[in-house]
Design a protein around this ligand. Structure first.
Ligand SMILES: [Mg+2]
Length: 450
């Protein structure tokens, strides 16, 4: 998997070495020599991964990372610190600033590429969601900032065979997260619906790598991030874990603060992806829903009806439509105001949709007009249903706020699908029937002439 890498290092020799290393693995590399250039390039070029030196004159790597993570235009880009420093305090500081990993110079090629592959995979998911984020905001489906999560309070599953180590992990994370006890099978782990799975790849009693592979292929756990705990002196296991789909690796002996920092970064990323996914679902729903009444809208109606009419035309099941229009709606608006008009529309929508069968679809067609699609229904039966709806509407007055009530009636036109029909023609016949119901004095049902 290739990716575009931004390399930041003040020393030309370091840049040359890493560039050559990355190009050998077919990454596209661009490099800059200072923190300020890095910020500008990150924003302008939107690389997939940023490899960041710490010790640089002027703005150091920590400052660059903090600024990248504070800017909505760059905060989603994974950052990996590459440094000659191997002090725990530096590593911790980098991870706490939101960096995804910390590699030590000279950089081990296998380690670098395993980490890059894993980060590039994550980036693909975020990129896709970000592309649709703008559309979601325009639709009004996304408000607030899904990135502003603190990464705390996650449900975490620990799979380890060493009870003392498991207890130590739990102690390291328990104050910030909820540790959920489960068994060791991929299925039981997935069913616990955790935010993160911590697998000890170095376990003696079971094959941790096999478990990671199993978790990645099982539908219940496929999207749950995994952090693999590997032996510090077995780097190959860490590479395998990343390649099998672990999001991150931490080494034994356990550094509790480092583990906590890594967990927070993973949890933040996961929650962002989840929030974006649910926003998108909401956006899809909003695109086919009438905001005032909660019924389906015209767009939904047209698509559904076209499908049903086409099926009927090919010899499939019949379909009928009821077109309903509130009587004297303009007068209601003029006399009682538009808020009252809205209350009437909502009440009508509720009365129409409660007396329908599950397969029937009530939609707001526009203005004070509603359409009910009745799959697998002939027009004569639809006319009977329309008559019941008419009675339901007229039976009780509608509350319009302020303790006021008004009597409301509606007129109904009914039509059933005919040979050679299209959705437009069917709706047009229902509309003609509705027109006759209005002409005949309103508050009545007229079915199209057979
Ligand atoms: Mg340097």
């Amino acid at each position: 998997m290739s990716a575009r890498v931004l390399l930041v290092d003040d020393l030309e020799l370091n840049r040359k070495l890493l560039e050559a290393q990355l190009r050998r693995e077919y990454y596209q590399v661009s490099s800059v020599a200072s923190g300020l250039e890095a910020l500008a390039a990150a924003k302008a070029d939107q690389p997939d991964i940023i490899l960041l030196d710490i010790m640089m004159p002027g703005m150091d790597g920590f400052e660059v990372c903090a600024r990248l993570k504070a800017d909505p235009a760059t905060r989603h880009i994974p950052v990996v610190f590459v440094s000659a420093l191997d002090e725990r305090v530096d590593r911790l500081r980098g991870l706490e600033l939101g960096a995804d990993d910390f590699l030590t110079k000279p950089v081990d090629s296998a380690q670098l590429t395993a980490r890059m592959r894993s980060l590039a995979r994550l980036k693909i998911v975020t990129d896709e969601l970000r592309l649709r984020e703008a559309a979601g905001r325009q639709l009004g489906a996304i408000d607030g900032d899904p990135w502003r999560d603190n990464g705390l309070g996650a449900r975490i599953v620990i799979v380890d065979d060493d009870t003392r180590r498991a207890a130590a992990i739990e102690a390291a994370l328990g104050g910030q997260h909820l540790v959920v006890p489960v068994g060791r099978s991929a299925v039981s782990v997935g069913q616990a619906r955790p935010d993160l799975i911590l697998v000890t790849a170095a376990a003696a009693a079971f094959d941790g790598l096999r478990l990671i592979a199993g978790l990645r292929s099982s539908a219940a756990s496929r999207n749950i991030p995994i952090l693999a705990l590997c032996d510090g002196d077995q780097p190959d296991a860490a590479l395998r874990a990343l390649d099998l789909g672990a999001h991150d690796v931490a080494y034994l002996p356990l550094d509790e603060d480092e583990l906590a920092a890594r967990v927070r970064t993973i949890v933040k990323r996961k929650r962002y992806v989840e929030a974006m996914r649910s926003f998108l679902d909401r956006g899809l729903e909003m695109a086919v829903t009438d905001q005032l009444t909660g019924l389906s809208n015209r767009r939904f109606l047209t698509t559904q009806l076209q499908g049903l009419v086409m099926r009927a035309a090919r010899g499939g099941e019949p379909v009928s439509v009821i077109l309903a229009d509130i009587d004297h709606f303009k007068a209601i608006n003029d006399t009682h105001g538009h808020d009252a008009g809205d209350e009437v529309l909502k009440a009508l929508a509720a009365r129409l949709s409660t007396s329908l069968r599950p397969a029937d679809m009530a939609c707001r067609f526009g203005g004070e007009e509603f359409v009910i699609i009745m799959p697998n229904t002939f027009a004569d039966f639809a006319a009977m249903v329309a008559e019941r709806l008419r009675r339901d509407v007229a039976a009780a007055p509608v509350a319009i706020g302020g303790g006021r009530e008004i009597a409301v009636t509606a007129s109904f036109g009914v039509a059933g699908v005919a040979a050679g029909d299209t959705a437009e023609r069917l709706l047009k016949r229902a509309d003609e029937a509705l027109y006759r119901a209005k002409q005949a004095g309103r508050n009545r049902v007229v079915a199209e002439a057979a």
